[in-house]
Design a protein around this ligand. Structure first.
Ligand code: BTN
Length: 328
């Protein structure tokens, strides 16, 4: 969609009244036939626009796709989401966002896709990304911090998504599973994949990839035991544009605060309150070793605090945690 079409869409969605063709001509400095052409383009995109002689145009239905024009009305921040690049289908929004960041795209730019055919998760896994139902997006950040701090962003993002979900669906009660998942009743609803380009003392950019299962009514058999969606948990459909904006709205102030601090200390109480692993016995798969113990908290640097059988508490900075059994 070109800029002017988006502006006309924004104008149509800014009120509930009919807008005359003449007022649109006037406002945008274009002819009647140009207005008609833009209305046609919007209809081709799936927008329902009524045209009534003597009254003008009225937008009666949005598409529900997470396109800039539909996300923008919900945004409340200063920078996040100011630029949203939408793809009906792409390989991976993280790959697209990394390319854009490399070309100098500003902090807060978002790449979003209706579907991905190469969606990626942590540890080389695939992220199932069917069209029309879920959210797949990547946010470009340029934090001026040493790269050692960047892994903290994954937990920060998890908190922002958690808060957004608690506002939109208060009965959901999601839990944060260190370091990057949100789960409901033990099933995964959302994952975060942060990728960065950096030198030790300097972070060039970070791409924060977020996948949220929103309106999917059935999970593929191979993941239905461990994955769920907002619809499956609540019986309700959610607006993807609104949810995307809510996540950005919650993340931006948290991120600004994190930049002012040295660590995650300011959100530790929240993280520990909603941590799925808190006080649980876990095993942690790392590349070359396997750890086990009881989770006794999250450290200010974002590491998992693990009390091992020998009585020592160690800080675990990476790996995949598995619950062993509940401690009564
Ligand atoms: C995980 O839980 O392993 C992380 C999943 C991250 C998936 C998102 S979807 C948007 C972005 N693009 C990708 O290819 N991956 C992330």
């Amino acid at each position: 969609m070109n800029d002017l079409t988006v502006k006309i869409l924004n104008r149509l969605s800014s009120g509930n009244d009919f807008l005359s063709g003449e007022s649109l001509c006037h406002e945008f400095g274009i002819t009647r036939s140009a207005v008609w052409k833009h209305i046609g383009l919007l209809r081709a995109e799936g927008y329902q626009i009524d045209a009534v002689t003597g009254r003008g145009y009225h937008l009666s239905a949005l598409t529900g796709r997470p396109v800039e024009a539909e996300v923008r009305p919900f945004l409340t921040g200063e920078r996040f989401g100011k630029k949203i690049i939408y793809h009906p289908v792409t390989g991976s929004t993280n790959i697209q966002a990394k390319a854009l960041a490399g070309e100098g795209a500003p902090e807060g730019s978002v790449v979003v896709a209706d579907s991905q055919n190469g969606g990626r998760g942590r540890m080389g896994r695939i992220w199932v990304s069917p069209p029309g139902v879920n959210l797949y997006f990547s946010l470009i950040l340029r934090p001026e911090v040493p790269s050692i701090r960047v892994p903290q962003l994954t937990l920060l993002v998890a908190v922002a998504i958690h808060r957004a979900l608690c506002v939109l669906s208060p009965a959901l009660l999601p839990m944060i599973k260190w370091p990057n998942d949100l789960l409901v009743k033990g099933k995964k609803l959302c994952g975060v994949l942060c990728e960065m380009q950096s030198e030790p003392e300097m972070t060039h950019f970070v791409v924060v990839g977020i996948g949220i299962n929103v309106n999917q009514t059935k999970m593929p058999p191979e993941i239905e035991e461990r994955a769920t969606s907002l619809f499956l948990e609540s019986g309700q459909f959610f607006s993807r544009p609104e949810l995307l904006a809510f996540v950005l709205n919650h993340l931006e102030p948290l991120y600004n605060e994190w930049l002012l601090h040295d660590d995650l200390g300011f959100i530790l109480p929240y993280l520990e309150k909603y941590s799925l692993l808190q006080s649980k016995e876990v095993s942690i798969d790392q590349r070359n070793r396997n750890l086990s113990g009881t989770v006794v908290g999250i450290a200010r640097g974002g590491e998992l605090k693990l009390l091992c059988a020998d009585g020592q508490t160690i800080l675990v900075s990476s790996g995949e945690a598995h619950l062993r059994k509940e401690i009564s």
